[in-house]
Design a protein around this ligand. Structure first.
Ligand SMILES: C[S@@+](CC[C@H](N)C(=O)[O-])C[C@H]1O[C@@H](n2cnc3c(N)ncnc32)[C@H](O)[C@@H]1O
Length: 242
């Protein structure tokens, strides 16, 4: 029915979400709920959208973005072209934040941003690029001009920033990873996966990075045995493939 392998997600948390969604729709048993989803692709898309948890915002955890700007971007800028992958990008807040920062230091031809997510509805929202006041609240003053108010509490992102990001669907649990990345940003999704899966993904990210490439993780997703994989720790949440 979908490509999502639920056994890779933390079981209790996932079960709670599925149960609450099914009950909300008036189902008390899994079989009839599954039949309902099988019959209606729109309902299935809404269900996937719900269980994948799409909360995001621009410049989420601003201290990490300051580190990115002050330490990571200068280092990566030495390359002739910087290849960036925002994995599990949700509604685009994260890759568009990356675009604003990189555009400050590099012309557009010197970096590329691929942004991926498993959820079709999130990718559609990302491509549309309309955001609430809440999701843009941490945008630094210097980048505020990239937003135009289009309705009450709704802001459209500038075409100039949109053009910097290439969105596509990608399932971290199943699809091939792109190669030779200089920066992989994967934040606030690994917490939903089992420990074993998380370890596997850290290794896959390592293989996906080129030499000197950097992995940027979310605030609850530190890597414990990064050394055994081959990373060096630059700072909390930043790991380099040496
Ligand atoms: C909480 S959001 C994080 C968004 C953004 N990275 C951030 O930190 O603000 C988690 C995202 O992970 C995506 N996701 C969940 N399982 C996934 C998978 N197997 N492959 C790719 N993306 C997945 C969800 O669709 C959702 O958009």
């Amino acid at each position: 029915m979908t490509d999502i392998d639920l056994s890779c997600y933390k079981e209790r948390q996932m079960k709670r979400r599925i149960d609450s969604y099914a009950q909300n729709k008036g189902f008390n048993d899994y079989n009839s709920f599954a039949d309902f989803l099988r019959r209606d692709p729109d309902q299935l898309a809404s269900f996937v959208d719900y269980i994948t948890i799409n909360v995001s915002e621009f410049f989420r955890n601003p201290e990490q973005w300051e580190y990115l700007e002050n330490e990571v971007i200068p280092k990566l800028s030495q390359k002739s072209k910087v290849r960036i992958w925002s994995a599990a990008c949700s509604t685009g807040d994260e890759p568009y934040s990356l675009a604003m920062l990189f555009l400050k230091y590099l012309p557009r031809v010197r970096f590329s941003i691929t942004a991926t997510d498993i959820d079709d509805l999130s990718i559609a929202a990302a491509r549309e690029g309309i955001y609430s006041a809440k999701s843009i609240k941490a945008v630094p003053e210097e980048f505020r001009g990239y937003f135009t108010q289009v309705a009450n509490e709704k802001y459209a992102i500038a075409p100039e920033i949109k053009k910097c990001v290439n969105f596509r669907k990608h399932n971290l649990l199943k699809d091939e990873f792109p190669m030779n990345m200089d920066l992989i940003v994967c934040r606030n999704v690994l917490i939903y996966f089992t420990e074993e899966k998380k370890e596997e993904l850290f290794k896959q990210f390592y293989d996906s990075l080129g030499r000197g490439g950097i992995l940027f993780l979310g605030n609850t997703e530190q890597m414990m045995d990064y050394r055994s994989i081959g990373y060096t720790r630059m700072a909390s949440f930043f790991y380099e493939k040496s």
